[in-house]
Design a binder for this molecule. Structure first.
Ligand SMILES: [Mn+2]
Length: 234
């Protein structure tokens, strides 16, 4: 059976991405989907975008930010954002604007989004903000908080999401893949010295390649419980 492989946030970690694809012996008969956030923080943003252009990808909040700030004066950009901008051309930006926010995998009862989804709302009605940013929530309040900023009583969105799709997501950096009945988190912080993780369907097999470096910053302490004994970084 044809494999579908979903890979966590690259953030410029092109060498790890190539090595992971090679380790998985990916061929043209496999379907490869990146979970967004191809750019910023790491060493090779443009190469990551061009790799994704050969496969499939959902829009991440970092791509969204580059689209929103395309015309902003360079003095008003962070050095990291500016470095990415200068490595990209018009073609890469048009590629960003073509990216879907959801890729459905009905054959697996699954869907790929960058950050997650708000419970009780069909995927086609989700707010872009939730699909690209959601972390800790307390339904029915729509506001989402970073783990470090979440008020008492708020919990990571996977504790609330009950399907009907099993959502494969990145965005929240985890100390290991998060696997629940209705969600699979695959951002293990490649750019922070963690690893680059893929989930391989139909088996739902997890494969993590250790990072080569941590150019996006020293590995931070994972301390925010997201459920199932998994911790998230701030
Ligand atoms: Mn993100």
């Amino acid at each position: 059976m044809r494999r579908t492989i979903v890979i966590g946030d690259l953030h410029g970690c092109h060498d790890e991405a190539v090595e992971l694809l090679s380790r998985l012996a990916v061929t043209s008969s496999d379907r490869v989907i990146f979970a967004g956030d191809l750019v910023d923080r790491g060493p090779k943003p443009r190469e990551c975008v061009e790799l994704a252009m050969q496969h499939e990808c959902v829009l991440g909040n970092h791509e969204e930010k580059h689209l929103n700030q395309r015309r902003r004066d360079r003095e008003k950009l962070s050095p990291d954002h500016l470095r990415t901008r200068e490595s990209l051309g018009d073609g890469h930006y048009s590629y960003f604007s073509s990216l879907p926010k959801v890729i459905r995998l009905p054959e697996f009862g699954a869907a790929v989004v960058h950050a997650g989804a708000f419970p009780g709302v069909p995927l086609e009605q989700q707010l872009d903000h939730h699909l690209l940013h959601i972390q800790h929530i307390q339904p029915p309040h729509p506001k989402s908080f970073w783990p470090s900023k979440a008020p008492q009583g708020y919990a990571f969105w996977t504790n609330h999401w009950k399907g009907p799709e099993r959502i494969i997501f990145g965005h929240s950096v985890l100390d290991r893949p998060l696997v629940t009945e209705w969600a699979v988190g695959v951002d293990t912080g490649a750019v922070f010295g963690g690893g680059l993780t893929a989930v391989v369907l139909p088996e739902w097999k997890l494969v993590t390649l250790p990072s080569r470096d941590s150019s996006g910053g020293r590995k931070r302490l994972a301390k925010y419980d997201v459920g199932c004994g998994v911790k998230a970084f701030s």
